[in-house]
Design a protein around this ligand. Structure first.
Ligand code: FAD
Length: 293
């Protein structure tokens, strides 16, 4: 199918993009187009205006500082993945990004676009939430920072106003003595995952100090479970630690609401969430132990 007719503005500046959006009740930003264009072509979305931000200079920055990784709105997934400094400062970003789509999708799709698109089956919204990152947006009322915890409000729905442009995402750096892991199960390499889980574990003297796990594709928004109260003081490489981890994961399952679709039943998605959560929390513990050594 072909998209319904729409007006098109190629913005040269953020201000111009914001002005164009503010003048329309249903305008949409066009970034990599890897989600928006299929939606238009299938007529699942029909905005009267597209505001193309690809001509705005300086939005493609990938910057890794000691505080974390900063991504401009036009940083393509592939550019982020290829950035070795970003990988060192926060390895969970690259660990999850390598599962996003295929190479051609990653060459064009932007990480910030994925954050705004707010698909609960997408990797990067989960990672932003798990790392307690944030998104900077600019609108007619100025610039503001949205913490990840208040960004995702429903399926494909973020808390951006219709006239705001996301300009920069921030993923905090990996703290010392901390490890990460990410795993997902998809029907084919590059497909959206049936379930994905990431974990961040901090250790102290070979025992857990803090732990959290995040789940995608098992709720209508990404979900992060705080596991510290269950796991603090445990070594997850012991039998006792594994038993406690199993109970902690069972507790986290209470916050999930896996749905059935043509690819997986509710029960199968829940099974994947359980298995992957145990695996990635243990792997993040092991990663933290190695980094701390
Ligand atoms: P666009 O498609 O341009 O925009 C998406 C939405 O975000 C639109 O509503 C747009 O208005 C809004 N938007 C984008 N940027 C901004 C901004 N700066 N400010 C305000 N609003 C903005 N993604 C995954 O996470 N995992 C996958 O496994 C995966 N597989 C894919 C497989 C295929 C075959 C395809 C086609 C896509 C896949 N994607 C996957 C999606 C891909 O990651 C997209 O790149 C991403 O979801 C959106 O980024 P984009 O730059 O293409 O955004």
């Amino acid at each position: 199918m072909k998209p319904a007719p729409f007006n098109y503005v190629r913005a040269d500046s953020i201000e111009q993009a914001v002005e164009a959006l503010a003048g329309s009740s249903d305008g949409k930003v066009l970034a990599g187009g890897q989600s928006l264009i299929p939606l238009l072509s299938m007529r699942l979305a029909g905005p009267s205006l597209l505001v193309d931000i690809n001509g705005i200079a300086g939005l493609d920055e990938v910057r890794a500082d000691s505080d974390g990784v900063h991504l401009g709105a036009l940083a393509r997934h592939a550019d982020v993945l290829a950035n070795t400094a970003a990988r060192e400062v926060q390895p969970l970003v690259a660990a999850a990004l390598s599962h996003v789509g295929h190479a051609t999708i990653r060459n064009r799709g932007t990480t910030v676009g994925s954050l705004v698109h707010a698909d609960a089956s997408a990797e990067m919204p989960l990672i932003l939430l798990l790392l307690a990152g944030s998104l900077d947006v600019v609108g007619p009322r100025g610039r503001r920072t949205i913490p990840a915890e208040s960004l995702y409000i429903g399926p494909l729905e973020s808390s951006l106003e219709h006239d705001e442009v996301a300009v920069e995402a921030f993923f905090p750096a990996l703290p010392p003595m901390t490890g990460i892991a990410f795993e997902e199960v998809a029907r084919r390499q590059g497909d959206y995952a049936l379930c994905g889980v990431g974990a961040v574990v901090e250790v102290d003297g070979g025992h857990v100090r803090s732990a959290r796990a995040g789940f995608m594709s098992v709720h209508d928004v990404p979900v992060v479970a705080e596991l510290t109260e269950h796991l603090a003081g445990m070594s997850l490489s012991t039998q006792e630690g594994r038993v406690v981890l199993e109970a902690a994961v069972e507790h986290a399952m209470g916050a999930l609401d896996p749905a059935a679709d043509v690819h997986a039943s509710e029960a199968y998605r829940a099974h994947l969430a359980r298995v992957l959560a145990k695996r990635v929390v243990a792997a993040a513990f092991s990663d933290a132990t190695h980094r701390a050594a």
